[in-house]
Design a protein around this ligand. Structure first.
Ligand code: SF4
Ligand code: SF4
Length: 717
């Protein structure tokens, strides 16, 4: 019941001469098929989820082409899949979110890069870096350097990105190096068009099978002593071959400009931001023609010394626009030029911010310094005015609002099944005292924000239980680890559960069983209730996750002896279960499975069904919660315990009371948490549960009319 990508799949079918209109990440997906890719795998994550999501849903079409698609359990399994390209002339592509995904995949990537590849291997990484990122700020570049992998960073223009995918496979084959293709958030979502080619059915495929396995070849193993030879091959053969290919195929771009005495070297992915910044100075026109010569690095590793010399020789100075730290490219340019005794001054991080996303404004501030210094202050007047204008506007907004705008962190969806568990945890902590909480990656990490503020550390996806191993032996009270079902299957089962059981650890693990990897786009898991269950469900409104017991059976099989399953919306029961886990005499691993279907998925599942009922004129009941203004005491304990965005405040309608009262606005999905909290925490009795009936039965209409008349009689105007 994931989001449907039917229209996107149609775009994948476009043929020679057709024009593709759409987003960057989908253009890349189409380019894979045009390149004759034989197998595709990956683990979803921003900003590249679309690629694997669309591929998985396009399985029938890909089967016609003979392309295999694998939804991998984590990035390590995706990277290991590329092993198919070591011996065989198979082009393979995998995808994940970097830097975290590349960290998980690192072992397999090293062992792939050492023997090298025969078929082109492309790793499409979403460089989730900068303001909009959801992960730690590190660069994928480091992996390209340490493992000798190619690093492509295409200029974000669809036709160009498609060309770089096609050339990326060829470059990988020419050099035997796997290639990372780095896509920033903006490149993934940039819109545009390109003229398509036909998709290419791979010569060896699921429809044209290999007769025999490859002959045994020790040099294809990442195993000493042959790894010593691999290391020499990297420097002596592979990197020089890659450099030749990059130069011959003109993968990097030289764009001329009238101010030839200076130049800018830019990572391809930053080209659009750079040109927009130059436009503010009148140094680029509306079509992107730059007045300053640009050297656009669509391949940022390896650099090509001859090209660098050609660009830098005779210039007064060059500026390197390179996002993130450390400045690998700038340092390498310095080394290459100085080794060749070329003394052109190189600027970069001395004029641009060391870290963070290179927005247009930030790049413009670097251009201001570089151009001001080397072309004169007169050239920067227009751009400087623009920068100063922005600063003034910010100041005036801050002045007008009296204070900086409050931060608006992301939070749980309305009716999220995970919110009630944190309400229960608040109450439990009042019972047993504060506990150390090892948090994890997933929607549940929203509990690190107000009104919960739970979580002492986040060490990685599925790592919460492992991350408390050094804390719990030092702590009087038991430590709580929180993990989602996505994290459990990604990593937590082995790194956490297996290790805790093996060591006989006294630990409490809370697993959110919501049925999907919700935070990455509600992709399905091995523990997702299958389609048949959903179809056959008697009550479609009900959470269905209890119909799949794979997590429970796996834990039992491993030897977990203390396990409780609690529906997430049963706040009081969850509170008592947590209390028990923290205080029981049982000293081993205690697992609480918090069961409740992801509300986002549930709504996607039931909305079309409800619409069909309404269309057929059938009776539909929608539950809504509300607050009685007259009863609300105005202490807002309910809000502090819930945090639901539809439970909010409004002016007190009673002119004699000044405190605002709680109110439930229209988005309420009737999850029931308001009632549960009021009961579990003994709050004021101001909440009511209402049933909104559409297409009511005749007797319900009569009853409604009667009730309305009685209310009017009791409340005369
Ligand atoms: S996507 Fe699902 S699990 Fe995540 S916050 Fe929304 S309802 Fe909760
Ligand atoms: S019942 Fe309460 S917590 Fe649930 S959606 Fe409505 S307002 Fe939000």
């Amino acid at each position: 019941m994931e989001k449907s990508f039917r229209s996107e799949i149609e775009l994948l079918r476009l043929g020679e001469g057709d024009v593709f209109h759409g987003e960057g990440i989908l253009a890349i997906t189409k380019a894979l098929l045009q390149s004759g890719v034989a197998y595709v795998g990956g683990y979803q994550g921003a900003p590249v989820s679309h690629l694997i999501d669309v591929m998985v849903q396009a399985e029938d079409y890909l089967d016609q082409l003979g392309v295999h698609v694998e939804a991998c359990s984590n990035e390590a399994s995706a990277a290991a899949m590329l092993g198919a390209s070591i011996h065989y002339p198979l082009r393979g592509a995998v995808t994940w979110k970097s830097i975290v995904g590349t960290n998980v995949a690192a072992d397999a990537l090293s062992n792939l890069s050492s023997p090298g590849v025969t078929g082109g291997a492309l790793i499409i990484v979403g460089e989730d870096y900068g303001e909009g990122a959801s992960v730690i700020q590190e660069r994928t570049h480091a992996y390209a350097l340490k493992s000798s992998m190619l690093l492509l960073d295409p200029r974000p223009e669809l036709a160009h990105m498609v060309r770089m995918v096609e050339q990326g496979f060829r470059l990988s084959e020419a050099s035997s190096m796997p290639a990372l293709l780095e896509l920033r958030i903006r490149a993934c979502h940039v819109r545009g068009s390109f003229v398509c080619k036909d998709n290419v059915a791979p010569a060896v495929s699921t429809r044209h099978l290999m007769e025999e396995p490859a002959k045994f070849d020790y040099t294809k193993l990442a195993h000493p002593p042959v790894t010593f030879r691999h290391e020499k091959l990297k420097g002596e053969l592979r990197i020089p071959a890659a450099r030749r290919f990059i130069a011959e195929q003109a993968l990097n771009e030289f764009l001329p400009g009238r101010h030839s005495e200076v130049g800018i070297i830019v990572q391809g992915g930053l080209y659009n931001a750079l040109v927009r910044a130059l436009q503010q100075f009148g140094l680029a026109d509306a079509f992107g023609e730059s007045a300053i010569p640009l050297y656009v690095l669509n391949v940022t590793y390896p650099l090509v010394p001859d090209e660098l010399v050609k660009f830098c020789a005779g210039k007064r100075a060059v500026l390197v626009v390179e996002e993130g730290q450390p400045e690998y490219i700038e340092q390498e340019i310095h080394a290459i030029l100085r080794r060749l005794d070329l003394q052109t001054p190189v600027h970069g991080k001395d004029m641009l911010a060391a870290a963070g996303e290179y927005t247009v404004e930030l790049v413009a501030s670097g251009i201001d310094k570089f151009v001001g210094k080397h072309l004169g202050e007169g050239v920067v007047a227009q751009g400087r005015q623009w920068l100063e204008g922005n600063a003034r506007r910010r100041e005036s907004v801050a002045k007008a609002s009296g204070a900086p705008l409050p931060a608006r962190p992301p939070q749980f969806c309305v009716g999220c099944p995970e919110r009630p568990v944190f309400a229960a945890l608040k109450l439990s902590q009042a019972d047993v005292g504060a506990t150390h909480i090892a948090a994890d990656i997933g929607c549940h990490s929203f509990a690190t924000f107000e009104p919960f503020s739970f979580g002492h550390s986040i060490l990685g996806y599925g790592m919460s239980l492992a991350s408390r191993a050094g804390v719990s032996p030092m702590m009087k009270r038991r430590v709580l680890s929180i993990m989602g079902d996505g994290g459990f299957w990604h990593n937590g089962l082995l790194t956490g559960v297996q290790s805790a059981l093996f060591n006989g650890d006294d630990a409490v693990l809370l697993i959110f069983k919501n049925g999907y990897t919700s935070a990455t786009g509600t992709q399905e898991l091995i523990s997702t209730p299958d389609e048949e269950v959903r179809e056959a469900a008697h009550d479609k409104q009900q959470s269905l996750v209890h119909r799949n017991l794979t997590i429970e059976k796996t834990l039992s099989g491993l030897g977990v002896q203390w396990m409780r399953t609690v529906h997430t919306y049963h706040v009081d029961k969850m509170r008592r279960t947590l209390d028990e886990a923290f205080t029981t005499d049982f000293a081993g691993l205690k697992v609480i499975i918090a069961e409740g279907e992801c509300q986002l998925e549930r709504q996607r599942r039931i909305r079309p069904w409800i619409a069909s009922l309404l269309k057929a004129g059938k009776r539909v009941v929608r539950v809504k919660y509300g607050v009685d203004d007259d009863v609300c005491t105005g202490d807002h304990a309910c809000i502090r315990l819930s945090g639901c965005p539809t439970l909010t405040l409004k002016d007190n309608p009673d002119p004699l009371r000044v405190d605002p009262v709680a109110t439930v606005i229209d988005g309420c999905v009737g999850c029931g948490l308001c009632g549960e909290n009021a009961h579990a925490a003994t709050l004021c009795p101001s909440f009511y549960r209402a049933e909104v009936i559409r297409n009511p039965r005749p007797h319900e209409r009569v009853l409604d009319g009667l009730r309305a008349r009685i209310v009017r009689w009791l409340q005369p105007a």
